[in-house]
Design a protein around this ligand. Sequence first.
Ligand code: SF4
Ligand code: SF4
Length: 704
Amino acid sequence: MERQFTKEIESLRLGDGEVFHGEGILAVTKALLQSGVSYVGGYQGAPVSHLLDVMVQAKDYLDELGVHVEACTSEASAAAMLGASINYPARGAVTWKSIVGTNVAADALSYLASAGVMGGTLIVLGEDYGEGGVVAQERSHSFAMKSMMWLLDPRPNLTTIVDMVEQGFALSETSNTPVMMELRIRACHLRSSFSSKKNHAPAVSALHRLEGPPKEFIYDRLAHPPAIFRQEKLKSDVRLPAARKFIMERRLNEMFAGSENVGVIVQGGLFNGLMRALRTLGLADAFGATRLPVLALNVVYPLVPEEIIGFAKDKKAILILEEGQPEFIEHEIAAFLRRADAPAKLHGKDVMHMAGEYNLEAMVRGVSRFLGQHAPHLDASSGLQWLNAMEKNKTQASALLGALPVRPPTFCVGCPERPVFSAMKLVANDIGRPHVSMDVGCHAFASFEPFSQGNTLLGYGMSLAAAAGVGPMSAKRSVSVMGDGGFWHNGLLSGVASNLLNKGDGVLVIMKNGYASATGTQELLSSPPEDARMIAVGNSAAGADRTIENTLTGLGVKWLRTVNNYDVAAMSRTYREAMTTPEKGLKVIVAEGECQLERQRRLKPQVAEKLKNGKRHVRVKYGVDEDTCTGDHSCIRLSGCPTLTVKDNPDPLRRDPVATVIDGCVGCGLCGENAHAAVLCPSFYRAEVIQNPTLLDRLFQRIL
Ligand code: SF4
Ligand code: SF4
């Protein structure tokens, strides 16, 4: 795993009144233990990966408490795990990245929400929306609404977040309904502190086991006809009123008083941004005192009509700050106000933009528009001055800088996936470009320059399935690329099994780097055991396990090759064969090479230890002979490695910059392999940098 949480795991043991310092998402982890959770599961993904990573690393302590932790193979397995709380008084929590994870979990969530729960269930969603998001920009809100599960959106403040976790379980139990809690990127990574409580060992757990299933068989707990018809009625007739009562009584939503008769209703997660906007407008101070009354919705679904109408009754106008589309909260509030004949004017998306994040600039602009219509007496000129200064800065910066070169994200230095795309690019030069169906994972970086391969991306593990319609209507075989993470998440069944059932053709490249790398190098079913992780390139850790190959063979894949990624010539040969062989059926290339990030993470402390102890260490580095380099840069176009770059040509008679390898090179060998496979100019050399050389090394050097 890319990060060790030793210090954070210690914080999980804090007791009553002790102060927890740390990230928002780790505060949630502690809050789960304070809430007496019996089991935790999930599928990693930013911004909530750390929750599960900490739990997995804290196994010894969780065993002491009797808490079971499951690193699920997909969000669907995680959601189904919550089924433990349908019949038993066990609290459970799962986590994943949303919206994508919620989509994958949708089936189990529908059934869970229909059956209802006895033990509290909390689904912690990493709401990957807005600037910094990496998935299709949709909201989790619609899922909560359509299944009638409650949705918390706590104000980004550790005490509030922890409180909402604890209240969330109680809300879930009171209303027999699963509860979701969305946390945006900023809330997850916010650093602050809160006063801890001691952890509760769960009532039902690995230490206090159930004697058996419930004594009385309750058919109604099964989401199956005819029970589903009653369950649908229970949702609106019993569970919803119970939830609203609880939200009101426990004051889960927070009211911040102000002196004006116009107010703002804001999603809890946007509260900090709103306060900064009000401060910029001169309407709030740094400690949260505001002239505009604010209702912060820590629970965004369900809304409580009495609470909304109570807030609106003495207001001339209300502004709803609700990020993203469509405006579910605004629609619901409009209905409440209309039904109650409340006179307050309602604003929201008419003064704010519909799609995209509400950053500070957007909020200052939107609140100014709202105040301009309903509170023109308020002096908000400081906000307008700030906006004008921002505009001026931007205009000046763009005039000074001109058009900046695009800098797309790319693979890590020495990544084993880069050589595969070099090979695919080389072969495409000869046989033409095929349709490439891309998947979620690091390999999606190949969609950018210099590889520009990847025509579609339809979800995690979906690349082969996404090519099913393209292949039969294409003259050339289509190619699907999938990571080993995607293979186990969804690709094996949705892709491979479906292709075999339908006697499909096409080429599937599986990047076997040993881990779910893009989410933080979490372990997979096919991760090699710790003691089999070797350090030499090519002799890769990923190769220590054959589970993927054995599974494919067992399913009936006939054409299967495993190739060392860094051997570009062998990869090109194999890929060309897969693309051109007359043999019908799925052709799978398992491209094997350990994730360089994970490899370096393991190697760095070993090397540092060697150097500290004065031991000899040899580091391989590649370089370019600047006298030989022709300056055509075809090596760069084939590699894309950030440490292979250009510098001024030292020859005054030649103008083209020459290629050069800067210090970050990890010696993966791709440069030499590419030069060889593509018959480039012979300018690359391999050097060995010897640290702490021996007498023999020094002698040898003198002789040379
Ligand atoms: S994390 Fe690993 S697989 Fe992903 S780009 Fe970096 S080296 Fe490659
Ligand atoms: S050998 Fe080439 S591709 Fe590999 S890390 Fe060094 S510069 Fe990058």
